[in-house]
Every structure is written in structure tokens, then in C-alpha cells.
Design a binder for this molecule. Structure first.
Ligand SMILES: C[S@@+](CC[C@H](N)C(=O)[O-])C[C@H]1O[C@@H](n2cnc3c(N)ncnc32)[C@H](O)[C@@H]1O
Length: 254
């Protein structure tokens, strides 16, 4: 599949998914406790000093808006116009003037070199056809001393216990919500999935290695408190459906 078709398929999916993206567990904020943990975590990885930040694959603005609340200046880019329309709506409602959104490709941002203190993303790398190329691009737009912050989950469940747990979660959702939780609606087709190398990998080890190969100094942090706060807000059926553990890979451009 050529690059243009892959990106077209990706954009199409998110242009449909935007409607209830924020309502989904593990996507939107569901409790004050969860928000508190996210803010605490972002303060820890970015620091208190106001920064200029590029949020790549910003979606409905989850990370950008928390960063704006913390006083940073943030630009969010995304392929999906509809996801960004939600982000813009939320920024306007919150009265934030320190956050902007624009259409852009995370693998080729068109941003000037050495522009940002921080390049950040959450739940993006799994859906990139060329993650290594993207990391080089993010390094290019970082100022010397700048930080790349990648927040990802192990979305592909290899362990039998995780698979059983997800299966039970889907059974319960089907029973309780009277909808087919086993349907593949809202997922990429098989051919598109084949083009996304991080869908099948153990993210923490591989991502850290990729960032290191790009010449950045790497630290990997588990997101235990954020995961815990998020799961506390979930009913049992969604806790079963979401056995993921998240990590953050930080790469410093020296
Ligand atoms: C799972 S959502 C994550 C959104 C947001 N970062 C969050 O944490 O809620 C993935 C997002 O990545 C966007 N995306 C996928 N590939 C992209 C690319 N090459 N460049 C920019 N955005 C991309 C999608 O449109 C979608 O909004």
C-alpha cells in the first residue's frame, strides 16, 4: 500500500471516530482524580517553566489542553480535521489563548528546525507507518536541550491472561450494553494494520531503542499512577477490556 493510501485510510477512520472519542475510557477524562494525576505527571516530565510545545497527533486536544492549563504554549497538529474541530471547540470553551491547532502530518510536520522546547504525543506511535522517520522529524524541530515525550501503551496483548481478560470484558459489555463489543467497527482494515509496525511490538523496549538510535538520551518512565487513576474511574467491564500499561519515553536532544 502506498503512503498516500495509508494516510488516507488513517485520516478517514479518525474523521469518523471523533464523535465519541472523548466519551471512551482511556481516551477522554472521566474523573477529577484522573485529571489530577495527568497534570501531576505532565508537571513532572515537562517541569514548571513555561515551554513552547508541539503536540503531534493531537486529536481532540487531550494533551494540548492539559498543557495549556499548566501555562505552556502549545500547538497541536493532526491529520484529522474532525478530531481537531473538537479540540478547537474545547479550547474555545475553556478560554485558552495559549493553544492552537492545525492540520499536519506528524511524520513531516513542516515546522521550522529547532523551534520547540518539547515535542509530545500520546497514543500516536502505534498508528504511524514510519515511526523512525517521525522520531527524526521530532528531533529536527526540537531546540538543543529540548525534550521528546512519547506516551504510549502496550495495546497489542500477547499474554494469554490479557487476552482472556479482554474477552471477558467484551462479553460483559455485550451483555450489559446490548451491543456487539466483538465487532471491528472503528478499527483499521487488515491491510492498513499490516503497514503499522508498532501495532505488534512491545512498545517500551522498541520505542526506547528507536529514540536512542535517533541520537537522543533516553529515559523510560512507567505511568503507573495515571493508569491507576484511569482504571479507578472505569466500571469492571472496561477495566477488563483495558489491561494496558502505559509508559513514557523521554528523549533529550543534547
Ligand atoms: C488515538 S488518537 C490520539 C489522540 C490524542 N493524542 C490523544 O491522546 O487523545 C490518534 C490520533 O493520531 C492522529 N494521527 C494518526 N496519524 C497521524 C499522522 N501521521 N500525523 C498526525 N496525526 C496523526 C489521528 O488522526 C488521531 O487523531
Amino acid at each position: 500500500m502506498n503512503d498516500k493510501t495509508i494516510k488516507k485510510n488513517i485520516t478517514r477512520l479518525w474523521n469518523q471516530a471523533y464523535i465519541n472519542y472523548d466519551d471512551c475510557y482511556a481516551h477522554g477524562l472521566k474523573s477529577e482524580g484522573e485529571k489530577k494525576e495527568w497534570l501531576r505527571f505532565l508537571r513532572k516530565v515537562i517541569g514548571k517553566q513555561p515551554c513552547s510545545i508541539l503536540d503531534v497527533g493531537a486529536g481532540t486536544g487531550f494533551v494540548s489542553l492539559l498543557l495549556a492549563e499548566l501555562g505552556h504554549t502549545c500547538k497541536g497538529i493532526d491529520l484529522s480535521e474532525n478530531m481537531l474541530s473538537k479540540a478547537k471547540e474545547k479550547a474555545e470553551k475553556a478560554g485558552f489563548h495559549n493553544v492552537t491547532f492545525a492540520i499536519g502530518d506528524a511524520e513531516d510536520t513542516k515546522e521550522p528546525a529547532k523551534q520547540y522546547d518539547v515535542v509530545i504525543n500520546r497514543h500516536l506511535v502505534w498508528t504511524l507507518p514510519h515511526p523512525e522517520k517521525a522520531i527524526k522529524e521530532w528531533k529536527r524541530v526540537l531546540k538543543p536541550g529540548g525534550r521528546l515525550v512519547i506516551m504510549e501503551g502496550n495495546w497489542h496483548y500477547n499474554r494469554l491472561s490479557d487476552r482472556i481478560q479482554v474477552f471477558l470484558g467484551k462479553c460483559l459489555i455485550t451483555l450489559v450494553e446490548h451491543r456487539n463489543a466483538f465487532s471491528n467497527d472503528g478499527d483499521y482494515d487488515k491491510d492498513t494494520k499490516e503497514e503499522l509496525p508498532m501495532m505488534k511490538s512491545r512498545n517500551a523496549r522498541r520505542l526506547g531503542q528507536m529514540v536512542q538510535n535517533a541520537g537522543l538520551k533516553v529515559t523510560v518512565i512507567p505511568m503507573t499512577e495515571v493508569d491507576r487513576a484511569e482504571k479507578q474511574a472505569m466500571p469492571l467491564r472496561y477495566r477488563l477490556l483495558n489491561p494496558h500499561k502505559r509508559i513514557t519515553v523521554i528523549g533529550v536532544k543534547e
